[in-house]
Design a protein around this ligand. Structure first.
Ligand SMILES: Cc1cc2nc3c(=O)[nH]c(=O)nc-3n(C[C@H](O)[C@H](O)[C@H](O)COP(=O)(O)OP(=O)(O)OC[C@H]3O[C@@H](n4cnc5c(N)ncnc54)[C@H](O)[C@@H]3O)c2cc1C
Length: 348
C-alpha cells in the first residue's frame, strides 16, 4: 500500500464507531490501509451501546442470538488486530479539502475538523448512523465540574466500579440494566427515578425488584457534593421536597442520548430528507473520495433498511472502492480473507 510522506495522513478515516464503522475499520485493515476512527461517544458501539447494550440481537449472520454488548466487543476485537487509531470523545464538525501536510507538489487530502483536532485522510467513510450521540444532561451546575471525577454518562468498564457506592439516575432500560450489572460488584447501588413507572423491559424491572438495589421512586437529584471527586449527593422527594443525603463514589446518569447529524448537513453533501446522505451503488457521495455507509446512507432508488447487516455490506463496498482511490489502479475485489489471512499467522 502506498504510504503518505506524513504519518498523520491516513488512507481512510471513519466518522462513527458504530457497527458499520467498526467493521469497515477491520475491512480496511485487511486491505492494508491505514485506518482512523472518530466518534463523539467515549467508547465504540454506536446505537448498540448507547441505546440497547443489554438486548439480544437475532439477525446477525452466524449468531443465532447475541447480546448487543458482546457483538460490539467482538467487532472491536476483530478490528484491533490491525491496530487502527481510535479517537473517542471527539465530535466531527467540518470536512474540507486542503493541502496534504508535507506535500511539495501541493497535493491535497481531506481534512476533518473536530472539537479537538484536525485529522488528515485520503478518503473518508461517513458511518454516522442517526447522528452524533450526546448524553441527555440535567441542568444543574453542581454536576458539570465532576464530569470524569465520579460523574458518568456511560459505564465504560464495570471493573472500575468494583466496591463503590453508586447512585444511578434514570428510569429507562439503561438505568435498570446498569443497576443490575453493577449490583453484584458494587458495595451499594441506589437508583432514583422521578416517576413511579419504569420505561424498561418487564423482565429487567422484575429482576430489579428482586435485587438489593435501593430503588427510590419520586426522587430527583438536588446537587452533587465533594471536593476533587464525588463524595455524596443530595436527593429530594419531588412530592414533598424532603431531602436525603447519600454518600456515593460515583453517579451514573442514564437519561438517554440525543442523536443529531448536525454539522454533517453543512459539508456540501447531497442528502435525501434530513436523515440520509445520498450515495450511489459504490457508496460514493457527491464529494470525491468521500463515502457513506450504514444507517446514514441511502441510495435514491431504495427504501431505508436500517439494519446492522446492511451497514456491514455497504461499508465493505465503500472500503473496496476507497482502496482504488488510495491506490489508483488497485483491484476492487480484495480476494478471500481465508487466503489473505493465512499468510499472516493471525490467530482467530
Ligand atoms: C432499540 C433498537 C434495537 C435494534 N435492534 C436491531 C436488531 O435487532 N438488528 C439489527 O440489524 N438492527 C437493529 N437496530 C438498528 C441498528 O442498531 C442500526 O442499524 C445500527 O446501529 C447502525 O449502525 P451504524 O454504525 O450505521 O450507526 P450507529 O450505530 O448509529 O453509529 C454511528 C456512530 O457515529 C457517531 N457519530 C455520528 N455523527 C458523528 C460526528 N459528527 N462526529 C463523531 N461521531 C459521530 C455516533 O456517535 C455513533 O456512535 C436496532 C436499533 C434500535 C434503536
Amino acid at each position: 500500500m502506498k504510504r503518505s510522506k506524513t504519518q498523520d495522513v491516513f488512507d481512510v478515516t471513519f466518522i462513527g464507531a458504530g457497527p458499520t464503522g467498526l467493521f469497515g475499520a477491520f475491512y480496511a485493515g485487511l486491505r492494508e490501509m491505514s485506518v482512523k476512527v472518530i466518534d463523539t461517544l467515549p467508547q465504540a458501539g454506536g446505537q448498540l451501546i448507547a441505546l440497547y447494550p443489554e438486548k439480544l440481537i437475532f439477525d446477525t449472520p452466524g449468531y443465532p442470538s447475541i447480546l448487543s454488548r458482546d457483538l460490539v466487543s467482538n467487532l472491536v476485537k476483530q478490528t484491533e488486530r490491525w491496530e487502527p487509531t481510535m479517537c473517542f470523545d471527539e465530535h466531527c464538525l467540518g470536512l474540507r479539502r486542503d493541502t496534504l501536510p508535507g506535500s511539495e507538489k501541493g497535493e491535497s487530502c481531506w481534512v476533518i475538523e473536530t472539537d479537538r483536532d484536525l485529522h488528515y485522510s485520503h478518503t473518508v467513510i461517513i458511518a454516522a448512523g442517526i447522528g452524533a450521540f450526546r448524553p441527555v444532561k440535567l441542568e444543574n451546575e453542581s454536576i458539570d465540574s465532576f464530569e470524569g471525577r465520579g460523574v458518568h454518562y456511560m459505564v465504560k468498564d464495570l471493573d472500575s466500579h468494583v466496591g463503590e457506592r453508586i447512585l444511578i439516575v434514570g428510569g429507562g432500560d439503561s438505568a435498570v440494566d446498569w443497576a443490575l450489572a453493577l449490583e453484584p460488584i458494587a458495595e451499594h447501588v441506589t437508583l432514583i427515578h422521578r416517576r413511579e413507572g419504569f420505561r424498561a423491559n418487564d423482565s429487567s424491572v422484575n429482576a430489579l425488584k428482586n435485587s438489593t438495589v435501593d430503588v427510590q421512586l419520586f426522587y430527583e437529584l438536588r446537587r452533587v457534593e465533594g471536593k476533587k471527586q464525588v463524595e455524596g449527593a443530595i436527593i429530594f422527594d419531588n412530592r414533598t421536597g424532603e431531602e436525603k443525603a447519600l454518600q456515593v463514589d460515583s453517579i451514573i446518569f442514564a437519561l438517554g442520548f440525543k442523536a443529531d447529524l448536525g454539522p454533517i448537513r453543512e459539508w456540501g453533501l447531497d442528502t435525501i430528507g434530513r436523515r440520509y446522505i445520498k450515495v450511489n451503488s459504490k457508496m460514493e457521495t457527491n464529494l470525491p473520495g468521500v463515502y457513506a455507509a450504514g444507517d446514514v446512507a441511502l441510495q435514491e432508488e431504495l427504501d431505508p433498511l436500517n439494519l446492522i447487516v446492511m451497514g456491514f455490506g455497504q461499508v465493505t463496498v465503500a472500503v473496496n472502492y476507497a482502496y482504488t482511490v488510495v491506490l489508483p489502479g488497485g483491484k476492487v475485489f480484495p480476494g478471500h480473507s481465508s487466503e489473505r489471512m493465512a499468510t499472516k499467522e493471525i490467530s482467530s
